[in-house]
Design a protein around this ligand. Structure first.
Ligand code: ZN
Length: 280
């Protein structure tokens, strides 16, 4: 009751200590499953080896390794490089794919976006935004002209306290944090602003939009970005290319849709996943 920054009691002090020890780059949403797996295996091997000599010390080694992996993401310095080198790419690709799952929950994104009036057939045979959607996105992105506005709109989208949400550049992309913890990453500032503008448009005009699970909405917004042939920020042409991306422990080919004028990345997908979906 005394102050907003006091989290009284032992539990509060433990939470504070843990958040100070945690390495957000390798834990929480950013935890790398292959690296965690390798470290748990190394921890078990070390605990057994030491335990053969001294069972109590072996138990301590095991407990220490588990705690460190939980807090820091890995025990052994350099594990990401080690994992990249020794785990086969097929295994790593599976780990990278696993968390994405089928966020669409059986929804066909093209059919959904057509029914919502957001996309239609373009002149070149590809999907294209409807003129009304294109104008709404240009206006919506223009209105999100500061990081504070982006953060406030993101908080509204996710029904969170605006004071808890921040956004900032991260590498070539843009990331969001909630309560200081990593909570999402977009291909660029324009990609994030486009998602937020499209969310507002759909929330106004598409019945049932707000009732969809958050990851389903995120996948549909991604599908809409893939349909952009001009940039919502500068009206430049969007072209498709490929690039090599680095995750924590592997490098892989990605397909990239980017604006030729402002170079903003509007959509990025693992080429292996894109190929797999095309073949399915
Ligand atoms: Zn642009």
């Amino acid at each position: 009751m005394s102050g907003t920054h006091r989290t009284g009691g032992v539990r509060g002090r433990i939470d504070t200590a843990i958040s100070r020890l945690r390495n957000p780059a390798y834990t929480g949403a950013n935890r790398c499953l292959p690296c965690t797996g390798v470290n748990l295996g190394l921890t078990a091997a070390a605990a057994v080896a030491v335990g053969l000599v001294s069972p109590p010390t072996g138990a301590l080694v095991g407990a220490g390794g588990l705690l460190t992996t939980w807090l820091r993401g890995y025990v052994v310095p350099g594990t990401p490089a080690f994992t990249k080198r020794y785990l086969p790419d097929s295994v790593l690709a599976w780990f990278d794919k696993a968390p994405t799952g089928d966020a669409l929950g059986g929804i066909d994104p093209e059919a959904y976006l057509r029914a919502a009036g957001a996309v239609t057939d373009g002149q070149d045979g590809d999907l294209a935004l409807t003129p009304a959607t294109r104008v709404a996105l240009i206006d919506g992105v223009a209105a999100l002209d500061s990081d504070e506005r982006l953060a406030r709109a993101l908080a509204e989208t996710l029904a969170l306290d605006p004071d808890d949400v921040t956004v900032q550049p991260e590498g070539v992309g843009y990331s969001a944090r909630v309560g200081g913890q990593p909570a999402g990453r977009w291909e660029s500032r324009v990609a994030l602003a486009t998602d937020l503008a499209a969310h507002e448009l759909f929330a106004d005009r598409v019945g049932g939009w707000r009732a969809l699970p958050a990851d389903t909405r995120a996948s549909l917004l991604g599908a809409l970005r893939l349909s952009l042939d001009t940039c919502p920020a500068c009206d430049g042409d969007v072209t498709l290319g490929s690039d090599t991306a680095e995750s924590c422990c592997r490098s892989y080919e990605v397909l990239v849709a980017a604006c030729e004028s402002c170079n903003s990345r509007l959509f990025e997908i693992d080429a292996a996943i894109a190929g797999g979906e095309a073949g399915a």
